[in-house]
Design a binder for this molecule. Structure first.
Ligand code: NAD
Length: 494
């Protein structure tokens, strides 16, 4: 059985004291094992990043940019190969895997513009004969900890900007689908990145804690579930690091009675069941206003019948399996409990039969879900769409705003005035108007509100340049020696 190695200072190391299984979710079989890094191995990765820092920091911006231009080409050329790796360990269909790569590519393209992003500022003659300029310098070694559901896109959200800013990185990907991160490290190396700038260690809480506690790690980017995000935020911040920790989600899509019902139903099905609902921006609650509810539920039910669920490598499949057997059991337990919470199970995904042995479940549609019930409040992270009925826009917006999560949200309407009001009112970090999965393009930044993000900086795009750099302001004066004098007063500008 193949082992998926750590990458430390460019060297592949596949031994450890403990190993974890890596499954193919479509067959349910273990296909690889991944070493879980010991404290010493994680420390070695941090030390490699620290050793590479002075050289990478001093590398000219033009040479750094070259790496990203090369990487862009490589990622485009190798998309089929990388998509196959994603599908074999995550289960999502190949077209979805390729889509994830193309969104990650946006972050590489953004990073390639680093000469622009790292420009400082200059003010001439702020006082007589005095100028001030500011520069953006790297923070140092950055720890990046990523979830299973986007094994390429989320690592690229972080490492592209972190490296562009002159930092070095220890990436700890999800142990459930770790191969893609090793492949990304190989591509970076091929693109010209020096060894030690990007290190990959596999592991669980043990290696994450080493990263969080190391005085040599200066910043931590995390994406994962809310309880872990909160604990990462607290521990890293207590250790004096800057930290951004993106958590879970429960994204609501509000449909007004004037919306085009067929388009809204297409959007709801795509956004709820794509990638088996294992997306942090999946629509998991549909808030149907007024008489839109009955029409929408009927239209969605009709569409569900035609969905093709199967092995992600089969081009006819539209949805693949869940990541693990435990994930399937957890998702199905919510469907099983829905009726007891007063909801109506319109389509029960558990009833769908599969010839395949993997971690498959069918899609579920649950109507008349009560606000505050478990189906409404918990992040299920599977192909389950809850429909909540609301009398009015005001009731709908209150349902969204009172929810603990505030990652993405969407409004479907044909009325610009309602759309404008929604944008103004809604408590979420990313908003779609007739767009169900409003993941901002790479030139903007990504982040939620409330329990979907701990820290104050969104990820990738302009906010990531701020996060991965320290600003330094330099005040300069070239006086004639004859002007020199002692003055104990506080310097004022004149
Ligand atoms: P997870 O929280 O279980 O794991 C995320 C990472 O944390 C992994 O690398 C894992 O090894 C590590 N980890 C797990 N337990 C840990 C612990 N006790 N201490 C330290 N590290 C630990 O998340 P997941 O199941 O891999 O991913 C799914 C979750 O990620 C969902 O909640 C989803 O909403 C969220 N997510 C959020 C975003 C976003 O942008 N907000 C994006 C993608 C995924």
């Amino acid at each position: 059985m193949a082992r998926i190695p750590h990458v430390i200072a460019g060297e592949k190391i596949d031994t450890a004291e403990r190993y974890a299984p890596v499954f193919n979710p479509a067959t349910g079989e273990q296909q690889h094992e991944v070493p879980l890094a010991s404290t010493e191995q994680t420390e070695a990765a941090i030390a490699a990043a620290k050793a590479a820092l002075p050289g990478w920091r001093a590398t000219s911006l033009t040479k750094r940019a070259d790496v990203f231009f090369n990487l862009r080409q490589l990622l485009k050329q190798r998309t089929p190969e990388l998509a196959a790796i994603i599908t074999s360990e995550h289960g999502k269909v190949l077209s979805d895997a390729a889509g994830e790569i193309s969104r990650g590519l946006e972050n590489v393209e953004f990073a390639a513009g680093l000469l622009h992003h790292l420009k400082g500022e200059y003010s001439e003659q702020v006082s007589t004969g005095v100028d001030v300029h500011s520069v953006k310098q790297p923070v140092g070694v950055v720890g990046c900890i990523t979830p299973f559901n986007f094994p390429v896109m989320v690592p690229l959200w972080m490492v592209a900007s972190a490296i562009a800013c002159g930092n070095t990185v220890v990436l700890k990907p999800s142990e459930r689908d770790p191969s893609a991160s090793v492949y990304i490290a190989d591509l970076f190396r091929e693109a010209g990145l020096p060894d030690g700038v990007l290190n990959v260690v596999h592991g669980d809480k043990g290696s994450v804690d080493v990263i969080l506690d190391s005085p040599d790690v200066k910043a931590v980017s995390f994406v994962g579930s809310t309880p872990i995000a909160k604990s990462i935020y607290e521990r890293a911040a207590a250790n004096g690091k800057r930290v951004q920790a993106l958590g879970g989600a429960k994204n609501h899509m509000l449909v007004m009675p004037d919306a085009d019902i067929e388009s809204a139903a297409d959007a709801a099905v795509s956004a709820a069941y794509g990638s088996a609902g294992e997306r942090c921006m999946a629509v998991s609650v549909l808030v149907a206003v007024g008489d839109s509810g009955d029409k929408l539920v009927k239209a969605i039910e009709e569409r569900i019948g035609g969905l093709v669920i199967g092995d992600g490598t089969d081009p006819s499949s539209e949805m693949g399996p869940l990541i693990t057997k435990e994930a399937r059991e957890r998702v199905e337990s919510y469907v099983a409990g829905a009726a007891a919470e007063g909801a109506t199970v319109v389509v029960d995904g558990r009833e769908k039969q599969f010839d395949l042995p993997g971690f498959f479940t069918g899609v579920s549609l649950i109507d008349h879900v009560k606000v505050g019930s478990k189906v409404h409040s918990d992040e299920i992270f599977g192909p389950v769409l809850a429909v909540v009925r609301a009398e009015s826009y005001e009731e709908g917006i209150e349902i969204i705003n009172e929810h603990q999560y505030g990652n993405g949200t969407a409004l479907f309407t044909r009325d610009g005035r309602t759309a404008r009001q929604f944008e103004f009112d809604v408590e979420a970090g990313m908003v779609g108007i007739n767009v169900p999965i409003p993941v901002p393009v790479g030139s903007f930044s990504f982040g939620g509100w409330k329990d979907s993000l701990f820290g104050d900086t969104h990820i990738y795009g302009p906010e990531s340049i701020h996060f991965y750099t320290r600003s330094k302001a330099i005040t300069t004066r070239w006086p004639d020696p004859s002007e020199s004098q002692i003055d104990l007063g506080f310097p004022s500008n004149d």
